[in-house]
Design a protein around this ligand. Structure first.
Ligand code: SAM
Ligand code: SF4
Length: 327
């Protein structure tokens, strides 16, 4: 059992396979100009990922999510997925969807039947502006493929004012005839992502647009869920809001993170990291390092953003960019 100083126990590990990505989402990638972002070096090998993940499952982790960057751009992604599937933990992943058609047989072999897939717009031009790649049709075709193959999908949409917030009803409408789960994510600040408070669309804003679309009912949420869920009347699917900015879920957090270069973070916003990869490579005690890291977890949002939202100065936050943490 991995407990922190506040008695929260942790059984969920998110592993970033790489910071490389075939998209350049404006809210995630710091800066696309050559040299502006330093790509991570010395990434964990497949063997190292499996060894470190095994330490976590030995310590009580029962769920592993692979993320990135884009986890599926890694050349040995299939090997890593299949090897991690042998650990005693439920395995899943978060992807931008571009490569999933090539991986469906691997997912099935690994027992993965549910995926989180990012989709920030249903309009080709807005999608292109956000992800900065002309891959809208590919992603939409792959979503159809997954649905036809009975994968359960959670579609993640980062909502930004004046960019895609007018599409909230259209996203809820997606849930009318298909049992998918749409999750609206409040825009969060990370190193270099040009975050501005006036671009944040709050849970309250989402719900007021949802109410104008259709009546909806509250659903019960899992105790560790980072999202609050609802169902619009007569809709097969559901929708939720991940309100990290306006209603953080830190009190029941059970998540830990491992970056692609082998650093452990006990929170998306933690300012400190434990270099598990160096400990592994030097033959040190990983279990003790993991336990100490978990114990030191701060009460909320990594001990950052403690004032009001208006007080947040993104440049003063001590953190990596999202792409090098793993969302
Ligand atoms: N490439 C994969 C993808 O896009 O799904 C996995 C990695 S991505 C960093 C994981 C999740 O983080 C995505 O759903 C993405 O939309 C979300 N994300 C990235 N930057 C964010 C930000 N600044 N605020 C809120 N969510 C963000
Ligand atoms: Fe890549 Fe995902 Fe970040 Fe977009 S959100 S740039 S797809 S890692």
């Amino acid at each position: 059992m991995l407990s922190d100083q506040f008695g929260r126990s942790h059984n969920y590990l998110r592993i970033s396979l790489t910071d490389r990505c075939n998209f350049r989402c404006t809210y995630c990638m710091p800066d696309d100009r050559p040299g502006a972002y330093q790509w991570l070096k010395g990434l964990m090998t497949a063997d190292e990922i499996v060894s470190i993940a095994k330490v976590f499952t030995d310590l009580g982790v029962t769920k592993i999510r692979l993320t990135g960057g884009e986890p599926l751009v890694r050349k040995d992604a299939a090997e890593i997925i299949l090897r991690l599937a042998d650990l005693p933990a439920k395995l899943t992943l978060t992807t931008n969807g571009v490569l999933v058609d090539e991986f469906i047989p691997v997912f099935k072999k690994a027992g993965i039947r549910s995926l989180n897939l990012s989709l920030d717009s249903l309009e080709r031009s807005a999608f292109h502006k956000i992800v900065q790649r002309d891959l809208f049709d590919k992603v939409m075709q792959n979503i159809d493929l997954l649905i036809a193959d009975n994968f359960h999908l959670k579609l993640n949409m980062v909502v930004m004012k004046g960019v895609n917030d007018h599409e909230i009803p259209a996203f809820i409408e997606l849930t009318k005839d298909i049992d998918i789960h749409v999750r609206f994510i409040e825009y969060m600040p990370f190193a270099g992502n040009h975050w501005e408070l006036n671009k944040v669309v709050s849970e309250a804003d989402v719900l007021s647009q949802a109410a104008a679309y259709a009546p909806f009912e509250k659903l019960s949420d899992d105790i560790h869920s980072t999202a609050r869920a609802w169902r619009a009347a007569d809709h097969k699917g559901t929708f939720a809001v991940i309100s990290t900015m306006t209603h953080p879920f830190c009190g029941s957090c059970n998540r830990l993170r491992l970056t692609a270069d082998g650093k452990m973070k006990n929170c998306l916003f933690s300012a400190t990291e434990t270099d598990l990869l160096s400990i592994l490579r030097s033959g040190g005690n990983l279990e003790t390092a993991v336990r100490e890291n978990v114990f030191g977890k701060k009460a909320a949002r990594g001990g950052q953003m403690e004032g009001t939202l208006e007080d947040i100065v993104p440049e003063e936050m001590k953190n990596r960019s999202m792409i090098s943490i793993g969302g």
